[in-house]
Design a protein around this ligand. Structure first.
Ligand SMILES: NC(=O)c1ccc[n+]([C@@H]2O[C@H](COP(=O)([O-])OP(=O)(O)OC[C@H]3O[C@@H](n4cnc5c(N)ncnc54)[C@H](OP(=O)(O)O)[C@@H]3O)[C@@H](O)[C@H]2O)c1
Length: 291
């Protein structure tokens, strides 16, 4: 199975590449190979590769910077996925594309299902929703995996920021009124490969759907940080709870962005582990990676 991966340097992209095993023959690309600002290059590389599957793990993910760079965000997050979807349609390839919990406005209090009304509140979120629309509009075989609060043992993310700030010895102030599901990139990668396996095994290839894929459970950023230091036995680290209003950011964040994974479970038999389990394995990996 020939798989073309965009975004191999990212958290999810590198986890996907690490887990790729036969019969997958992986061609992974990053910005130097194809800049997602270049639509014709995207189209060309897909047509040349003639893959069975294209995975788009590349995105403009700088949520706050997107507020002042909307054109770049829309090019990468909305236009590029549309070009990929069109090229996949013509090559009869399956496109697996990632989207975000931030497509919801966050005013819900129950896990969002795939058909819940969207209501993105910032440029990044709107650009990602526009990407979903562009992929759906192309009408080929595509799976859009909405995920959230992604972190990994490498990459820039909340977990690493907390570990770094803890070294400064000052109390940490962490937002307690935003709730989501921290998702360990390798768990999302494992789920992605399972979905692809299942779809490739099916003879009916009329696939076009959105699926939610996050680690199981929910927690606030403050709860996540507290659990992290508790697990590390770092009683010396003080984690103060603050409100979103006390930590202003350029882009608004949804207060509640937990995604129901029931469809993924029912249709594919795929269930991601709990966020606590993902966090523990991430910490284990960091510990064993140390010289
Ligand atoms: N991170 C989260 O919390 C989160 C939450 C919900 C959904 N998601 C979605 O999950 C997916 C994967 O996210 P992630 O956390 O793995 O992202 P990430 O670590 O920020 O990686 C993004 C990838 O996209 C590449 N990229 C960005 N702009 C590009 C361009 N113009 N041309 C080519 N490549 C470009 C980056 O390349 P460089 O290394 O060269 O910059 C990198 O490989 C994305 O669709 C994201 O929107 C993420």
């Amino acid at each position: 199975m020939k798989v073309l991966l965009f975004g191999r340097t990212g958290q999810v992209g590198s986890a996907l590449a690490e887990q790729a095993v036969a019969p997958v023959v992986l061609q992974s690309l990053h910005r130097v190979d194809v800049d997602l600002a270049d639509s014709s290059a995207i189209d060309r590389v897909i047509r040349q590769a003639q893959p069975d599957v294209v995975i788009n793990a590349a995105a403009y993910t700088a949520v706050d910077a997107a507020e002042s760079e909307p054109d770049q965000a829309y090019q990468v997050n909305a236009k590029a996925p549309g070009v990929m979807a069109q090229a996949c349609l013509e090559c009869q390839a399956l496109l697996v594309h990632y989207s975000t919990d931030y497509v919801f406005d966050g005013r819900g209090r129950q896990p969002y299902v795939e058909d819940s009304p969207t209501g993105p509140t910032g440029v990044y979120a709107r650009s990602k929703l526009a990407g979903e629309v562009a992929v759906m509009a192309a009408g080929g075989q595509a799976i859009i995996l909405r995920t959230g609060w992604v972190y990994s043992h490498d990459g820039r993310n909340f977990l690493h920021t907390m570990l770094r700030l803890a070294e400064s010895g000052v109390p940490l102030s962490v937002v307690a009124d935003q709730v989501g599901a921290p998702t360990y990139a390798p768990d999302l990668a494992t789920a992605t490969w399972k979905i692809i396996d299942r779809l490739q095994a099916q003879s009916n290839t009329s696939t076009l759907r959105i699926l939610h894929a996050t680690n199981h459970g929910e927690v606030s950023w403050h709860g996540f940080a507290s659990a992290l230091f508790e697990r590390l036995g770092r009683n010396d680290v003080v984690v103060e709870a603050i409100t979103t209003a006390m930590y202003p950011t350029a882009a608004p964040r949804p207060a509640y962005s937990v995604l129901s994974n029931d469809r993924l479970d029912k249709e594919f038999g795929v269930r991601l582990p709990s966020w606590e389990d993902g966090m523990m394995r991430c910490l284990d990996r960091l510990r064993t990676a140390k010289p």
